[in-house]
Design a protein around this ligand. Structure first.
Ligand code: PMT
Length: 399
């Protein structure tokens, strides 16, 4: 199980009296085994000297975006990529507003936008500021994008006011982080999920498709992301919003999905093929809308590549989770697919009238070479979470 140890933590410090507490936070993170690099805003430097953080972490502290010496050593984009997790403590009202608006006018706000890893903030400000609708609005925007908010605590403030707005104590922040990381078996893992249907063009207005809504695949992407994974979703045409913190590539056809998967597969630890990929496509898609003339018409179909089977056949490839959509002989057919495609795990579901596709609920029979488990009918998000927990056990056993 992952913990704080061996994590690369980028500690962002913004302007506020509690910036001094972040020195202790940096020390505690290091003691817990993390590597810590600090980026400070200009305002933070008015409360604590960068040298203090440098002395504690042993690493140079970055404050300016246009700093040739530091950029030559580790550019700001590299710094953003280096981080397994970004923690902004204290997070001032001003900095939260800049995060919410996507303003990149200093080093820390730029690194935040460039950072693909999970981000947590520990807000700290006067209690009236904290309660202001503008701050609360920014807070909900950030939470909606998957930013984890730690605190603030309630109590007496440096200004003498009482109420919510005090930064959590460094020990409390560390304890929350440790707890979260322990329940994050996929921290620093890259997961690629395919979802939705594919549309195979017959002519510019018609296609061969299927009933997949993408709900199951999107729920799976969200579940992996919430367990710490860096998730790439390759999605067929659906009308769903991307889960917070998940990167999405949109495709229409099986061939486009194949290309998107194989352009990205090299860096992937886990591949989950939930898309209902068309097995066949029309051999020729007409450039113009086909007119009705003859009473009968034939469309020749040719096989699409099997994305899942090709991923599973890769040398040193990722852990592979396949799905099987079956209308009959669920277990028998699913076991045959598991073996034929040499998968690590397979989630089988019954599909047909009112089952599997489109609905908000589903059930899965999850099988692997030496075992199986039934996940009962439930909301697809809860089902995806249960599936991801099962997969975590198998993945760790494989490792
Ligand atoms: O999207 P929803 O409405 O929420 O519905 C969810 C679902 C029913 C689509 C989902 O739970 C599901 O079963 N997805 C897989 C559908 C499917 O295509 O099953 P299959 O048995 O035909 O394919 C087996 C596996 O091979 C799947 O993992 C599929 O992604 C993969 N495959 C299939 C064909 C192909 N050319 N390339 C593939 O990668």
């Amino acid at each position: 199980m992952a913990g704080v140890a061996k994590q690369n933590i980028l500690l962002g410090v913004t302007g506020g009296i509690s910036a001094y507490k972040s020195v202790e936070l940096a020390r505690l993170l290091l003691k817990a085994g993390a590597s810590v690099r600090v980026v400070m805003t200009e305002a933070a430097g008015r409360f604590v000297s960068p040298l203090t953080f440098q002395a504690v972490t042993g690493n140079p502290v970055r404050t300016a975006l246009f700093d040739e010496k530091h950029e030559a050593a580790m550019g700001h984009i590299e710094l953003a990529r280096w981080a397994d997790r970004m923690l902004i403590a204290p997070a001032s009202a001003d900095f939260m507003a800049r995060m919410a608006q996507g303003v990149a006018n200093d080093l820390l706000s730029t690194v935040y936008l460039a950072c693909p890893s999970p981000v947590a903030i520990a807000p700290a400000m006067n209690t009236n500021m904290w309660q202001h609708p503008a701050v609360q609005h920014n807070l909900s925007v950030l939470e909606g994008r998957g930013v984890r908010v730690l605190g603030p605590a309630s109590g007496e403030q440096a200004c003498g006011d009482k109420g919510f707005g005090r930064m959590l104590e460094p020990m409390e922040i560390l304890a929350t982080l440790k707890k979260e990381l322990q329940s994050m078996p996929f921290a620093s893992k890259k997961v690629l999920v395919t979802a939705g249907p594919t549309h195979e063009a017959i002519d510019p207005v018609r296609f061969i498709g299927n009933r997949s809504s993408g709900k199951m695949g999107y729920a799976l992407a969200r579940a992996f992301q919430e367990k710490g994974a860096d998730v790439l979703l390759v999605s067929g045409p659906v009308s769903l919003a991307s889960p917070p913190g998940v990167e999405r590539i949109e495709v229409q056809t099986a061939l486009q999905m194949y290309e998107a998967v194989f352009e990205n597969i090299h860096a992937v630890d886990i591949f989950a093929g939930c898309a209902a990929v068309a097995d066949y496509r029309p051999e020729h898609a007409s450039e113009q809308k086909i007119k009705k003339s003859a009473d009968k018409m034939d469309i020749t179909l040719v096989r699409n590549p099997d994305i899942l089977a090709e991923v599973a056949a890769l040398e040193d490839g990722p852990f592979t989770l396949g799905f099987a959509a079956e209308t009959e002989k669920l277990i028998e057919n699913a076991r045959a697919k598991l073996q034929a495609k040499q998968l690590d795990m397979l989630a089988a579901n019954r599909v047909g009238e009112g089952m599997g596709f489109e609905r908000d609920e589903n059930s899965l029979r999850v099988i692997w070479s030496a075992g199986e488990e039934q996940l009962p009918v439930q909301d697809k998000q809860l089902l995806a979470e249960a599936l991801v927990d099962l997969l975590a056990n198998r993945y760790q056993a494989n490792e």
